[in-house]
Ligand binder design. Structure first.
Ligand SMILES: [Fe+2]
Ligand SMILES: [Fe+2]
Length: 433
């Protein structure tokens, strides 16, 4: 095996990339050179005065790899940087580059995040090619992989006393603080929202505008139904563990998800002209997340209440479905309705809904943090699951835009990807700090 980062290693890497059918398949569409820069530790490279690697990538092939020098940066559209040790360990372990970018281990110094997310599978194949020539241990299953979750036994908790008659309710706890907020801010009635203006305006929209609004609403309403249907196993889990403060907050959580479902269903019924079958708005990535991943992760808790299963449920539900997809979708929808000054009833409801969701996400972060504090080894599982599901979330965003080459109302794919990525990154930073 040649020494890592040596000139021979670069040539081996180039050959490995060109032999990779995965890179050939996913790298099509990328035509620009790229620099992988060392933000620190350059002195460990075999040659002095170089800043990193310069890769000439073109349509699924690698035409050249050489050391980069400072002058290259001006002519190279994309520059990604990380410390020497980070590049080395991510190549040796075969980590997911998209997740490392979101986590901040890799920084995008120059270039388009939207373009990079479109090439995330190509980036994975590039790193795998490097990993293949570097280590015999590449792409090893993390210690706490999903297959291991299956073997963890369910924890049964015996009731010996009640909180209220021993230590008392912990009113200062975070879930109880969220419950106080829910009682103040979560009291809104979807039935009170006036849709009369929305109904009038709907008639005047073009077919394309109606189709895009139906597409978005068809994703939101089913998403709200899914989270309403799937939350119960998590509530049962905290109840069985005697965590009364968390359960108290979760009663408001479930009630709010039910109201969100009712709200969108009412909009469809009263504004868009009645119920129609909207299943065709759910693409493969949407189905994978909302029909399979979410349902499976939450329902596993019925038979397996291990910390691993709880973590997986909350990462899927709170971090990805609510914290990455719903939050981005509602923020974009709300801003668009405000800027265009349309559909006031829909806008009013989404305003309420956004506030409700921020409490749900805050609870999820608290819940994940609590699990990791008690079981530090779960950090690996958090990174693995969050990274894996992030790819699906990005695919869901692309499924919104792909069918509509001319997107009305100023909706912008780049904005969606940027916003979702920054929310995801902030949360991962909080959870792993
Ligand atoms: Fe919701
Ligand atoms: Fe929610």
């Amino acid at each position: 095996m040649t020494a890592i980062f040596s000139p021979q290693w670069m040539q081996d890497w180039k050959s490995a990339i060109n032999s990779s059918s995965e890179y050939h398949k996913h790298g099509k569409g990328w035509k620009d050179p790229l620099i992988l820069k060392f933000s620190s530790g350059q002195e460990n490279l075999p040659q002095k005065g170089v800043t990193g690697f310069w890769l000439d990538l073109y349509e699924g092939k690698c035409r050249a790899i050489r050391y980069a020098n400072p002058a290259d940066e001006a002519n190279t559209p994309t520059v990604l940087s990380a410390g020497f040790d980070h590049w080395k360990s991510m190549i040796e372990s075969g980590s997911d580059p998209l997740f490392l970018l979101m986590k901040g281990t890799i920084s995008l110094e120059k270039g388009s995040l939207l373009k990079l997310t479109g090439q995330r599978n190509a980036a994975k194949a590039l790193l795998k090619a490097a990993s293949d020539i570097t280590s015999d241990n590449h792409y090893a299953e993390p210690a706490h992989s999903l297959s291991n979750i299956l073997t963890v036994a369910t924890v049964a908790v015996e009731r010996t006393a009640f909180s209220t008659t021993t230590k008392g309710l912990d009113f200062d706890s975070f879930p109880m603080q969220l419950f106080q907020k829910a009682k103040q801010l979560g009291i809104w009635n979807p039935s009170d929202i006036d849709f009369s203006k929305d109904k009038e305006q709907w008639q005047a929209f073009s077919e394309l505008e109606k189709n895009v609004l139906m597409h978005l609403t068809g994703m939101f309403v089913a998403g709200e139904e899914a989270v309403t249907l799937d939350l119960l196993p998590l509530i049962m889990t905290v109840a069985e563990e005697g965590r009364i403060e968390e359960e108290i907050f979760l009663t408001s959580f479930l009630w709010e998800e039910a109201k969100h479902t009712e709200f969108f269903a009412r909009f469809l019924k009263e504004v868009t002209g009645g119920h129609i079958n909207m299943q065709h708005f759910h693409g493969p990535a949407y189905k994978s997340l909302f029909y399979e991943e979410l349902h499976e992760a939450l329902n596993r808790l019925k038979t397996d209440k291990s910390p691993e299963s709880q973590l997986r449920a909350s990462v899927t539900y709170n971090l990805i479905v609510e914290g990455t997809l719903a939050e981005t979708g509602y923020e974009a929808y709300f801003n668009m309705l405000t800027e265009q000054d349309i559909l006031p009833g829909l806008r009013e409801g989404i305003g309420h809904l956004k506030r409700d969701e921020s409490r749900h996400i805050a609870f999820g972060l608290y819940f994940i943090k609590r699990l990791i504090s008690a079981h530090p080894h779960l950090n690996d599982l958090l990174e693995q699951e969050a990274g894996r599901l992030l790819h699906k979330a990005i695919d869901v965003v692309n499924e919104i835009f792909d069918p509509h080459p001319e997107m009305p109302f100023g909706l912008d794919r780049g904005w969606y990807i940027e916003y979702a990525s920054s929310q995801f990154s902030k949360r991962i930073a909080k959870l792993t700090s």
